[in-house]
Design a protein around this ligand. Structure first.
Ligand SMILES: Nc1ncnc2c1ncn2[C@@H]1O[C@H](COP(=O)(O)OP(=O)(O)OP(=O)(O)O)[C@@H](O)[C@H]1O
Length: 446
């Protein structure tokens, strides 16, 4: 039984990516130019999950200021050359399922020996894997000339360097006590990185100001590819940490860690509709109705929170377009259609509005992190570095950052799905969310 468990837990190397730039041209520099305020590690709470209730941690052996230690950058250089290891949704589910089975069959106590050993093995995998992933991102943050000196990018880099350093200095979590300490460390890291998206958005905002003054397409493409890779990687890191922390909690019915075995697109859509209506009403005084059609009874194994993020972004866009195109007196409803067949590889969700559509000349740009038609005043106030917020937040404005669509697409692609937009200018927009239901796609590793 234990051997099976270990096999389930293997987090096998399904895909390994060797970065072409490794070891050349990307010399990582200490952050000597950072002010003290940028060195402070902000730790607001992220999204609702993971929900662990962990104690405090005291790693006396961790250097107080890793940024002042030039050795850490040599270490990062070395780790940025190592291969990342991909994990599929199926692997996450199989591992978690094995863990829960161990809990069930090996006794009633919460931490049976077998399930504890599984947690230790997951922790040991993360102890090896996360420094590699953090190092890749630090190197990438240093690689874009137009962005790397920006305070917001430097601030994000300090978080990645600090987290890299902390894990590298943490002992291998191969005993009960060390595993418990490691979980506390990862919980801190998870919270530290909660505001990364909005802090990076500040950098994109500053860059957008430059583009208004006129700049070349080349940099736009380079920045876009960098941000695409960066956010995809961030989703993966948060997924791995969140899944591990959640597995340490008492099991919840129908859940394996963060994965809900019975994710209901209808139920997720209803929550997203409520949130979007709240945000639209705050902005415009009213919000259009949303009707649901198709397979309302459908459930499948997925991370519900990812589906919620995507649907909320699409609904925010549709509500804003509808309110602006029609005014709030006579708003046509938005339609959500859920489609699925027994043999289909994807669950497909369509969000349709009659909000006037998107001009064809804008279509290629809607996936850019630098494009939004929202009021720049909104962005100025929102991306205030002194108040970094997490990325799941209904306190956000209805529109403003230009991140909604590209980040939603990254969430869909993370497990092998996709997001596409079809528009009829003068009439409306259809957004198609494809969610991979098999879950055996390798994690994309930028
Ligand atoms: N359903 C839609 N109808 C009309 N225009 C749309 C629609 N969806 C997106 N757009 C256009 O695409 C742009 C980019 O959308 P995106 O969701 O990426 O960012 P945003 O809504 O501007 O800001 P935020 O990041 O806060 O969501 C929008 O500013 C808008 O001009």
């Amino acid at each position: 039984m234990m051997a099976d468990g270990v096999a389930l837990l293997s987090f096998a190397v399904r895909q390994a990516v060797r970065r072409p730039k490794c070891g050349s041209g990307g010399v990582l520099r200490p952050l000597s130019m950072l002010s003290n305020s940028h060195r402070q590690v902000s730790q607001p709470h992220g999204s609702a999950r993971p929900s662990s209730s962990l104690g405090s941690l005291n790693y006396a052996h961790v250097a107080p200021d890793p940024l002042a230690d030039p050795g850490v950058f040599d270490d990062i250089n070395t780790y940025s050359c190592k291969r990342q290891t991909g994990v599929s949704l199926k692997t996450l589910l199989d591992t978690g399922r094995g863990h829960l089975l161990q809990k069930k069959y090996f006794g009633k106590e919460e931490n049976t020996t077998a399930s504890q050993q599984m947690l230790q093995q997951v922790a040991c995998f993360l102890h090896r894997e996360l420094p590699i992933r953090f190092a890749h991102r630090v190197r990438d943050l240093d690689a874009i000339p137009v962005m790397r000196e920006m305070p917001s990018i430097q601030l994000v880099k300090t978080w990645y360097v600090t987290s890299f350093h902390e894990i590298r200095n943490a002992p291998t979590p191969n005993t009960v006590a060390k595993e418990a300490d490691f979980a506390v460390l990862l919980k801190n890291i998870y919270e530290r990185h909660a505001p990364v998206l909005l802090t990076m958005a500040r950098g994109a905002y500053e860059l957008r100001q430059k583009y208004v003054a006129g700049s070349s397409e080349f940099y736009d493409l380079e920045v876009h590819n960098f941000l695409d890779a960066f956010y995809l990687s961030r989703i993966g890191i948060r997924m791995l940490i969140g899944q591990y922390l959640e597995l340490r909690e008492p099991p919840k019915a129908d859940y394996i860690g963060l994965c809900c075995l019975r994710t209901s697109p209808r139920d997720v859509a209803l929550t997203a509709i409520d949130d979007a209506k709240f945000m639209c009403t705050r902005q415009h005084g009213d919000a259009p109705e949303v009707t649901l059609h198709g397979r309302l009874d459908l459930t499948f194994a997925y991370v519900s929170e990812h589906v919620h993020y995507i649907l909320l972004e699409l609904l925010k866009n549709s509500m804003r377009a509808t309110a602006e195109f029609h005014g709030t007196d006579d708003m046509p409803p938005i339609r959500i259609v859920i489609a699925d067949g027994e043999d289909n590889e994807d669950v497909v969700i369509k969000v349709s509005d009659e909000g006037g559509g998107i001009p064809r000349s804008h279509i290629s740009r809607i996936w850019s992190y630098l494009f939004t038609t929202a009021d720049p005043e909104i962005q100025r106030g929102f991306v205030d570095l002194s108040h970094p917020a997490s990325d799941f937040d209904t306190a956000s404005p209805l529109a403003g950052l230009g991140y909604g669509l590209p980040i939603s697409r990254a969430y869909a692609r993370y497990f092998g799905g996709d997001l596409s937009i079809m528009s009829m200018e003068g009439y409306g927009t259809d957004a198609f969310v494809h969610l991979s239901r098999l879950g055996n796609h390798d994690e994309p590793l930028p």
